[in-house]
Ligand binder design. Structure first.
Ligand code: NAD
Length: 84
């Protein structure tokens, strides 16, 4: 799957898997990084946050209904086309 011109949301972005995934994807697509920082650290994203088209949101996902609203595959990543 080509990621350029797509937006990718990564939940648990400040944790081990999320921060490494974000690091691998930065620069190739728009990234929305979501974490409540309950155990993850924003410092894990320090390099990624210097990249282009990256936004970090401190947000607790519990009770948000994200999974129900997601149109993408049920994984920690939600894929959608970038709105034009
Ligand atoms: N160096 C290493 O090899 C290493 C280091 C750490 C972990 N691990 C492994 O990685 C795996 C765990 O990685 P992971 O990334 O799944 O877990 P993680 O605990 O590293 O990351 C989970 C992230 O989700 C966030 N989070 C938790 N609940 C949330 C909520 N309700 N809303 C928003 N954010 C929330 C936490 O703040 C955290 O940043 C384990 O298998 C562990 O053994 C390996």
């Amino acid at each position: 799957m080509k990621l350029r011109d797509r937006s990718v949301a990564i939940t648990g972005a400040a944790g081990f898997i999320g921060s490494n995934l974000a690091d691998a994807l930065v620069g190739s697509c728009e990234l929305l990084l979501i974490d409540n920082l309950s155990s993850g650290r924003k410092a894990n994203l320090a390099r990624t946050l210097k990249g282009p088209r990256v936004r970090f949101v401190k947000q607790d996902l519990l009770g948000l209904g994200c999974a129900r609203r997601s149109r993408g595959p049920t994984s920690s990543c939600t894929w959608r086309r970038t709105p034009t």
